[in-house]
Design a protein around this ligand. Structure first.
Ligand SMILES: [Zn+2]
Ligand SMILES: [Zn+2]
Length: 237
């Protein structure tokens, strides 16, 4: 065993002695590993089956799916850590509505781990909330996610250049078919993004309507490559 590895193990051991065990947010067992324990982590719905590189929906051999071939979105790739199923959906809801902000930090670290370090974007742009919603909720979970991912990967976050200019009903309250129309022209970006690669950060990708509308605003300002980075992907039943 190298000295370095030996030292690291000792440091880790040392930290475990200092940090008190915390109850796992999922099973309640005491653990030192973070918000959830190792056993619960292994049982989380990681998106590790072959999927479309553009929209992250399952595809037999990881090829671009039929929908993306027919009508490609304005973002050209999606990184999603989990599928949006139990118990991950409950954790995301706890982050958004239960103000469990430590969850945003934990999710962002997972997201950062899945990013290709050889194709990093110029800017990270969190999905903006309309100011009226921001006042009501008190925080924007996408901004928290993007801030941690930016720190983990040493990237520049631009939280203010794209805004939600229309306060629309929540997408989750609408049938999937109506979601495109609901968010069309809902965003505007005020910075020249000519030639830039940007990554849009959001918590959940369902129909992709919001991300596509935000991508349209960035594309309008000249962004030449747009990636979508999300914690979870909703899969069709
Ligand atoms: Zn657990
Ligand atoms: Zn696709």
């Amino acid at each position: 065993m190298s000295i370095l590895r030996h030292t690291r193990l000792n440091i880790r051991k040392g930290i475990e002695h200092i940090l008190p065990a915390q109850p796992c947010v999922l099973c309640g067992s005491m653990n030192h590993e973070g918000l959830w324990c190792g056993a619960c982590d292994q049982a989380l719905p990681y998106l590790d089956t072959p999927h479309c590189p553009v929209c992250a929906l399952p595809s037999p051999a990881g090829e671009v799916c039929g929908q993306c071939l027919k009508q490609p979105p304005l973002f050209t790739s999606t990184v999603a850590v989990f599928s949006y199923t139990f118990p991950l959906d409950k954790l995301i809801q706890a982050m958004k509505y239960g103000e469990q902000l430590a969850l945003a930090h934990a999710f962002a670290k997972k997201l950062a781990q899945g990013i290709d370090k050889d194709a990093l974007p110029d800017y990270l742009i969190p999905m903006p909330l309309h100011p009226a919603k921001l006042r009501k909720r008190g925080f924007n979970q996408s901004l928290l996610l993007a801030a941690t991912v930016a720190r983990e990967l040493d990237l520049k976050m631009q939280p203010d250049i794209c805004k939600r200019v229309r306060d629309t009903p929540p997408q989750s309250a609408l049938p999937w078919k109506e979601r495109d129309k609901n968010v069309r022209n809902a965003f505007s970006c005020d910075m020249d993004l000519s030639g830039k690669h940007i990554a849009l950060v959001d918590d959940v990708l369902t129909t992709g309507a919001s991300l596509n509308a935000l991508a349209a605003a960035a594309h309008h300002r000249g962004a030449n490559k747009i990636s979508a980075w999300v914690v979870a992907r909703t899969l069709p039943h």
